[in-house]
Design a protein around this ligand. Structure first.
Ligand code: G6P
Length: 363
C-alpha cells in the first residue's frame, strides 16, 4: 500500500496532487488546439438536446451543478440538476428531445443507475460521464464519455470531480460550437485557460498545501463551519462543506452567499467560522458584502481569493487566478486540501472515513 501511495501519507493527498495530470489526460485527444475545436466523438451521433437533465449523487452532483453554469451560458442548453434519489421517485417530465446526463465516478451508484434506467424507459437518450471503464452506467448508457482520472482509492472523491469538470467544460464548448451560440473569443479564452491549467496547478499545489496546513491548525477546533459561494462558486461551497464533513467530521454547511440572511446567519458567532469563496469575478462585490455581514456578527472568515482582490478578513487565502469560471479548478484543490489537513491534524482516518463507502451500490 505504501508503494501505491507513491510516497504520500494518504491516497487522498496523492489524488489531490494528481489533478494537474488529470486535466492533461482529460484534454488529450479531445482538443484540436490549432483549430480551437473540441471533439467528443462519443456524442457526435446524438443531437444537441433541447434540455439537459443532469442526474448524480454526492461530489458528482456538485460537478454537475458547476457544469450547468457553463452549459447554459455557452451552449444555451437549459439544464436542471437532479439529486438521483429524488429524480428516480418524481413524476419527471421528459421530452423525447431532452437528454439525461448521469455523472458517476464509479458508474455503480444505485440511485444514479436507477435514474438512467428510468430515463431510458421513457425513451430519452442517456449519456454517462463515468470514470470506471465497463461499469454498469457505462454499459447501459446510450453514449459514454470517460473521465480520465485513473483509479480513485480514497473514499472522499477529489480528482474525479476535477475530471468531471474538465469534461463538462469541453461539453459546453462542443455544444456551443455545434449550436453556434458561443462567441469565438470566449472559446479562445476558455481553451487557452484550459491549456495552462495543468502547469498552473502543478506550481500552485505545494504552496496551497502549506497554507491549508496552517489554516487547518487554526480552525480545526471549530465545531461548525459555513462555506459560502455565489454563481459557479456555490457548488464549490457545497463541495467544500461536504469534504469537511466527510473526513474531519466537523459539521459544515454550504450555502449560496445571498441565502445566508434567510436564516443561517442566526448561527454566526465568534466560534462559528466561515469559509468564503471570494474569487476575482463579477460577483465579488456581492460576496464581499456577504462577508461583511458575517463579520458584523463577529464571525471569523477565511476568504479564498485571487491576487489583486481587496478583501479584509481574518485569513485571506490567495490562490492563482484562471480565466472566468475556470478559476474553479484552482479553488477546488484548496478546499480539498483544507479538509484533508483538518482531518489529518485531528487524527482521523482520512482514506476510510467512518460510515462512508466509496461506491453506494444499494439504496
Ligand atoms: C459516495 C462516495 C462519494 C461520491 C458519491 C457518488 O457517497 O463516498 O465520494 O461522490 O458516492 O459516487 P459516484 O461514483 O456515483 O460518483
Amino acid at each position: 500500500q505504501a508503494a501505491q501511495k507513491g510516497g504520500y501519507k494518504h491516497f487522498m493527498l496523492k489524488e489531490i496532487f494528481e489533478q494537474p495530470k488529470v486535466v492533461t489526460d482529460c484534454l488529450a485527444g479531445r482538443v484540436d488546439w490549432a483549430r480551437e475545436e473540441v471533439t467528443l466523438p462519443e456524442l457526435a451521433a446524438l443531437p444537441v438536446p433541447k434540455r439537459l437533465h443532469i442526474v448524480a449523487c454526492g461530489t458528482s452532483l456538485h460537478a454537475g451543478m458547476w457544469g450547468k453554469h457553463l452549459l447554459e451560458s455557452w451552449a444555451k442548453v437549459p439544464v436542471s440538476v437532479e439529486i438521483a434519489s429524488e429524480f428516480r421517485y418524481r413524476d419527471i417530465l421528459l421530452d423525447p428531445e431532452d437528454m439525461v446526463l448521469v455523472i458517476s465516478q464509479s458508474g455503480e451508484t444505485a440511485d444514479t443507475l436507477a435514474g438512467l434506467r428510468i430515463a431510458r424507459e421513457k425513451g430519452v437518450k442517456v449519456a454517462g460521464l463515468c470514470n470506471v471503464v465497463g461499469s454498469s452506467i457505462a454499459r447501459e448508457a446510450d453514449a459514454v464519455i470517460y473521465t480520465q482520472a485513473g483509479p480513485e482509492i480514497s473514499v472522499a472523491s477529489t480528482k474525479a470531480m476535477c475530471s468531471q469538470m474538465v469534461l463538462l467544460t469541453l461539453l459546453a464548448l462542443y455544444w456551443g460550437r455545434r449550436k453556434a451560440t458561443l462567441a469565438d473569443d470566449v472559446r479562445h479564452e476558455a481553451l487557452s485557460a484550459l491549456r495552462k491549467l495543468p502547469g498552473q496547478l502543478e506550481s500552485a499545489l505545494p504552496g496551497m498545501r502549506d497554507e491549508a496546513q496552517q489554516l487547518a491548525r487554526t480552525y480545526s477546533k471549530a465545531r461548525s463551519f459555513f462555506y459560502l459561494g455565489r454563481g459557479h462558486c456555490f457548488p464549490l461551497a457545497l463541495e467544500g462543506a461536504l469534504k469537511l464533513k466527510e473526513i474531519s467530521y466537523i459539521h459544515a454547511e454550504g450555502y449560496a452567499s445571498g441565502e445566508m440572511k434567510h436564516g443561517p446567519i442566526a448561527l454566526i458567532d465568534p466560534e462559528f467560522p466561515t469559509f468564503a469563496l471570494a474569487l476575482a469575478d463579477d460577483l465579488f462585490p456581492k460576496v464581499k458584502s456577504n462577508i461583511e455581514e458575517v463579520q458584523a456578527r463577529r464571525g471569523k472568515v477565511i476568504a479564498l481569493t485571487n491576487p489583486g482582490v481587496e478583501v479584509r478578513v481574518d485569513n485571506p487565502w490567495v490562490v492563482p487566478a484562471a480565466w472566468g469560471p475556470l478559476a474553479a479548478f484552482i479553488a477546488l484543490p484548496a478546499l480539498q486540501l483544507f479538509s484533508y489537513e483538518a482531518a489529518d491534524y485531528l487524527g482521523k482516518d482520512v482514506d476510510q472515513p467512518r460510515n462512508l463507502a466509496k461506491s453506494v451500490t444499494v439504496e
